[in-house]
Design a protein around this ligand. Structure first.
Ligand SMILES: [Zn+2]
Length: 299
């Protein structure tokens, strides 16, 4: 009998180890990395707004959302807009999908990332693996999870365009949605690369309930989640640094997740080969778990 119990204990031990080695995230970690690799490949030529690489990347993003069975927002995936800038007129496209909420279908949580980057300069491709293919690939992880586990609030997964040209896609979206009830924006920009294994969260400072929610959040990983870069410390203030900026201006609560600028920031060396895979998987795990706290508890 004793031997049988020992054998059973060994078996339990074995399956526990086996489980943790495989990872215990709520999404497919291999697919997360694979999609990031594809999005930041040379094929998409740095995804610059208005150029061929951006068109190809958009087609890939829509194909992935379709294969995950998520529907376009208001019946369509592409939401075109145009704007004038110092360097001319641009036609751009946000990609928006929606997962209907079970309890609060008219209240939205907007989870965002930007699909554009800097394109090509001379013969150098700016692949933008961390900035922000990492955020867009994370949107698919959210889609995977939410199709299996419908949220209470309606969720819009937004791949914004023309962030690099002045947060244009997010500005257009916020203006279009001004009569809608947006509970919060969760923005992800540069979440795949950290030698220090540190992810920053910005935005709690501007909303007491959000601040408390972040404080009470139980981090499911060994990656550090740090509050900072929000104007309360000596570090660069990221309050308007990415697509959460227009939400904040419109007084919509936001949480922005990102890593500290690295040597490859806005350089052709921001490539898939140099991301930090474990950090990236953990970052997405953290952001998803903060999202779940928000969806469960509200604000
Ligand atoms: Zn970015």
């Amino acid at each position: 009998m004793k031997n049988i119990i020992n054998l059973f204990t060994c078996f339990l031990f074995f399956i526990t180890i086996g489980y943790s080695q495989e990872g215990n995230q709520k999404f497919d970690e291999d697919k997360l990395l694979n999609r990031l690799e594809i999005l930041s490949s040379d094929k998409f030529e740095g995804r610059r707004t208005g150029e061929k690489g951006n068109d190809l990347a958009r087609a890939y993003i829509i194909k992935e959302f379709k294969s995950l069975n998520v529907s376009g927002f208001n019946g369509k995936y592409e939401h075109p807009f145009s704007f004038d800038s110092r360097v001319g007129k641009f036609n751009a496209n946000n990609i928006l999908v929606e997962i209907k909420g079970t309890d609060y279908p008219n209240k939205y949580i907007v989870v965002s990332a930007h699909h554009d980057h800097l394109g090509i300069s001379g013969d150098l491709i700016y692949n933008g693996a961390d900035d922000d293919a990492s955020g867009v690939a994370a949107l698919f992880a959210f889609a995977e999870y939410l199709k299996q586990n419908p949220p209470k609030h309606s969720v819009i997964l937004a791949a914004f365009d023309a962030e690099e040209l002045g947060l244009r896609g997010a500005k257009y979206f916020v203006e279009k949605m001004k009569d809608s009830d947006i509970l919060v924006n969760i923005n992800m920009d540069m979440i795949s690369r950290s030698s220090k294994n540190e992810l920053y969260v910005v935005g709690g400072r501007y909303n007491k309930a959000l601040e408390n929610l972040v404080k009470a959040h139980e981090n499911p990983t060994n990656t550090k989640l740090l509050v900072g870069h929000d104007g309360s410390d000596e570090k660069d203030d990221w309050t308007y640094a990415s697509d959460h900026g227009p939400f904040h201006r419109a007084k919509i609560p936001f949480l922005y997740f990102g890593n500290e600028d690295h040597a490859a920031y806005h350089k052709p060396t921001d490539v898939f080969a140099d991301i930090t895979p474990d950090f990236y998987k953990n970052a997405v795990g953290i952001i998803l778990s903060v999202f779940l706290d928000l969806d469960t508890k509200g604000l």
